[in-house]
Design a protein around this ligand. Structure first.
Ligand SMILES: Cc1cc2nc3c(=O)[nH]c(=O)nc-3n(C[C@H](O)[C@H](O)[C@H](O)COP(=O)(O)OP(=O)(O)OC[C@H]3O[C@@H](n4cnc5c(N)ncnc54)[C@H](O)[C@@H]3O)c2cc1C
Length: 400
């Protein structure tokens, strides 16, 4: 939609082929229905390592201020919440509606309910490099075009959004390299043998992800623990660095520190205090003053202590073992929660096949943008920023 608006504003005659019966289904679900459009803390480090260098250049061409200006041009006023940008309306659907209005005003034709399948270069234009024409073949028709922008998205939220990864097949047929894809910005299932809370619990924690003993990602924030696994912003933020190893069957552990503000001295102090306060209370009663009852229950079960044991009978090594678990609650991860629960796709069309103007290296008239490309950002508006950046560049260049 962004590419179409830019191309049409430059005077191009634009047609969108949309598989769904509506435009912007995924956009309407973003930010818990509030649409986190972008972020004032914008830089290339917020994206996957493979994309950082290219993102620096792309963001210098079309960055967060350009998105704010573009939104304003669509009639959307944007506000910042600690740097996270949202429409003031607080409704993602207003952004989708603004796009639809602008596309209508610009005379962009939208063909609904047709699935693009492949793109062919028209034979009689093959010997005119730079001036080729294309045939976009759908499940029902074929359409001729001077330029084609492939913006079919990735696989995140596939079942509800109709973004089912078709673009990977289209691009593969064009000879492009597709980097292996994984769900990212996603929660994880814990190994079934792990001790987890019976009911869901949220808490602020530090969480590290380990490949064997090597720390591969570290985050802080509000963690969600369920009886099946872990999620929440810090888990999603780290997921991009973890999913590949998990898919390869490597042993991945999450280590949770339930007292994120405590250093070694604080822990030692707490242990001492606990020893000093030992009395007739049960272990369960005692721990209820220390942390959330569901987290305490996990720790009691893991240390195999009796919840009814009197505190006065507890040894110093037992107390140390309890605090070691608050500090380093290690969980083996079994899998991600899958594409449907993910917010972005890691992997996709290789950046090596994409030029700075978003055309593919093998052809000047075919562009690839958005989630389909091997670019994925952190939570916080970075993925929509990428969709807008790549869409704006492609739409502008395609209309020249
Ligand atoms: C639940 C959820 C919440 C999110 N929240 C945020 C957020 O707050 N901030 C943020 O930055 N990012 C967020 N994201 C990520 C963001 O939505 C995506 O990165 C972004 O929508 C990708 O844009 P896109 O245009 O590349 O693909 P999409 O938005 O997926 O659009 C692709 C379009 O192509 C159509 N299509 C697919 N295949 C075909 C075909 N073969 N023929 C014709 N049409 C086809 C689809 O129907 C769809 O309309 C969220 C994602 C999810 C799932």
């Amino acid at each position: 939609m962004c590419a179409a608006v830019y191309a049409a504003r430059n005077g191009a005659d634009v047609t969108i082929i949309e598989k769904n019966t509506q435009l912007g289904k995924k956009l309407s679900m973003t930010g818990n229905g509030r649409c986190n459009i972008s972020n004032l803390d914008m830089n290339e480090k917020r994206y996957n390592a493979a994309a950082e260098k290219r993102m620096k250049e792309w963001l210098s061409v079309y960055g967060v201020l350009d998105v704010i200006r573009f939104m304003r041009s669509l009639g959307i006023v944007v506000k910042s919440e600690d740097g996270y940008l949202y429409p003031v309306s607080g409704q993602a659907t207003t952004v989708v509606d603004a796009f639809k209005n602008e596309l209508g005003r610009l005379g962009v034709e939208v063909i609904y309910g047709e699935q693009a399948k492949s793109i062919n270069v028209l034979d009689d234009t093959l010997d005119e490099p730079g001036n080729e024409r294309y045939l976009v073949i759908t499940n029902q028709n074929s359409y001729e075009a001077d330029r084609v922008i492939i913006a079919t998205g990735g696989l995140s939220g596939a079942k509800t959004t109709m973004s089912t990864g078709d673009g990977y097949y289209i691009c593969k047929k064009l000879g492009l390299t597709i980097k292996d894809t994984y769900p990212a910005l996603v929660g994880f299932k814990a190994d079934p043998d792990e001790i987890m809370p019976e009911n869901g619990v949220r808490c602020t924690a530090n969480i590290s992800f380990l490949l064997g003993t090597e720390v591969i990602a570290k985050e802080y924030g509000e963690l969600q623990l369920t009886k099946d696994g872990i999620s929440g912003i810090p888990v999603m933020q780290a997921s991009g660095k973890v999913v590949k190893f998990l898919a390869e069957g490597k042993p991945i552990y999450a280590s949770i520190n339930f007292f994120p503000d405590y250093d070694d001295d604080d822990y030692a102090g707490l242990t001492k205090e606990m020893m000093r306060l030992r009395d007739d209370r049960s272990l369960e009663e005692f721990l209820n003053g220390i942390h959330n009852s569901q987290i305490n229950e996990m720790i009691i079960r893991r240390t195999k202590m009796s919840r009814t044991m009197k505190m006065k009978n507890i040894s110093e090594s037992m107390v140390q073992s309890i605090f070691e678990n608050y500090r380093n609650y290690k969980l083996k991860l079994a899998d991600t929660n899958g594409y449907q629960q993910s917010q972005v796709t890691s992997g996709g069309v290789s950046l090596g096949d994409i030029r700075d103007d978003m055309t593919i290296v093998s052809n000047n008239g075919i562009f690839v943008v958005g989630e389909l490309v091997d670019v994925d950002g952190r939570c916080g508006g970075y993925n929509l920023q990428w969709a807008f950046t790549s869409g704006a560049i492609a739409g502008t260049v395609a209309s020249i």
